[in-house]
Design a protein around this ligand. Structure first.
Ligand SMILES: [Zn+2]
Length: 346
């Protein structure tokens, strides 16, 4: 199938075509869009995807601001805006994917079925054509919290790309069909989670990282010897049973299977000792939770324990992507965890 029917293209867009705000720009975008900006060195290209999830706008906000400022990047830039269709649904930037559609960031592998598969295949074709030296995929987390990067490879190039945005790097062997798996094509690829979609500092971080990504002659060498990256390896996913109920309250009401305090997000990336309570379970105990590792082994006993109705870590853990959104908690994941050392729990 011709990709021209799937994608729109903008070459060195002028401020007039961009609108005064990202919302004006979004109103003028009608399909997943490829934006190309010519650089000083036209022999090289760097790529950045964003808005693969329609409710994660930091990357688009950053790109709009950067394009309005009419920078000349060091090398050619290729920007891929994936989730234009879900992003345009009113209220804008509220839908991760189309109501009957698939998660676009699970579609970057064959078979490329359905509308999202076709978009993913067309975006991969653009990458193949441009042969970028590296690729970023800029997202937001569902709640609030600090930024972090996710990769499937931990070498100097991936650390250098991460260092443009954050000093936390999550390394995973899990393969889901995410764009970051493009890393396996020998192109350093990093997913950047800028922080919460509603957070001004997440938008600012995306912008500052984009400026660094486009303005430095070399983004793949780590020359700052003192860059102190915290690498978290193969986190386990803690999931809530689909029929379980969750509340965010300072004390359990007695009606929910799981209760977390409303400020549970403050635990993100901190070490939680085995003596610090995380929340409460109802009479079903921990049976409403599953802990799944990248190799699909489950062993909740090494992650959490219950004492007098309260949940404690079974050992010192580092948890992250803790959500206070009950919809995300039930449909995706409650939180991820590694040992306090950053090593896998399993
Ligand atoms: Zn996302």
């Amino acid at each position: 199938m011709s990709t021209s029917k799937i994608l729109d293209y903008l070459h060195d867009p002028s401020p007039r075509t961009l609108g005064r705000s990202p919302w004006e720009w979004l109103a003028r975008l009608h399909r997943p869009t490829v934006v190309q900006v010519a650089g000083r060195d036209r022999s090289r290209t760097r790529a950045m995807a964003t808005l693969l999830h329609g409710n994660e706008p930091s990357g688009l906000f950053a790109l709009h601001r950067w394009l309005l400022e009419q920078h000349t990047p060091e090398v050619n830039m290729l920007f891929l805006l994936g989730g234009i269709y879900p992003a345009k649904i009113e209220p804008t930037f509220s839908q991760r994917q189309l109501p009957a559609g698939r998660d676009l960031n699970r579609c970057f592998r064959a078979p490329f079925t359905g509308a999202e598969g076709a978009i993913a295949e067309a975006l991969l074709a653009e990458l193949h054509k441009a042969q970028p030296e590296c690729l970023l995929d800029v997202h937001n987390t569902s709640g609030t919290g600090p930024a972090f990067a996710v990769t499937i490879t931990n070498d100097a190039a991936h650390q250098a790309l991460t260092s443009l945005f954050t000093d936390r790097l999550i390394l995973t062997d899990l393969r889901l069909g995410a764009l970051m798996e493009y890393s396996e094509q020998e192109v350093p690829t990093v997913t950047i989670e800028c922080g919460g979609a509603q957070e001004e500092q997440a938008h600012q971080l995306a912008y500052e990282g984009l400026v660094r990504y486009t303005s430095q002659a070399d983004v793949l060498s780590l020359d700052t010897a003192d860059w102190d990256v915290a690498v978290l390896r193969n986190p386990i996913r803690v999931e809530l049973a689909p029929d379980a109920t969750i509340e965010y309250r300072l004390a359990p009401s007695g009606h929910a299977d799981l209760t977390f305090p409303p400020d549970i997000e403050h635990r993100n990336f901190g070490v939680v000792s085995p003596h610090e309570p995380l929340g409460w379970v109802g009479h079903k105990g921990l049976s409403i939770l599953t802990a799944i590792s990248h190799n699909r082994i489950e062993n909740m006993a090494r992650v959490l324990r219950v004492q007098d109705g309260q949940i404690y870590p079974a050992q010192a853990i580092k948890a992250f992507m803790i959500t206070t959104n009950p919809v995300i908690a039930k449909s995706d994941c409650l939180f991820y965890a590694v040992k306090a050392t950053g090593d896998p729990i399993f």
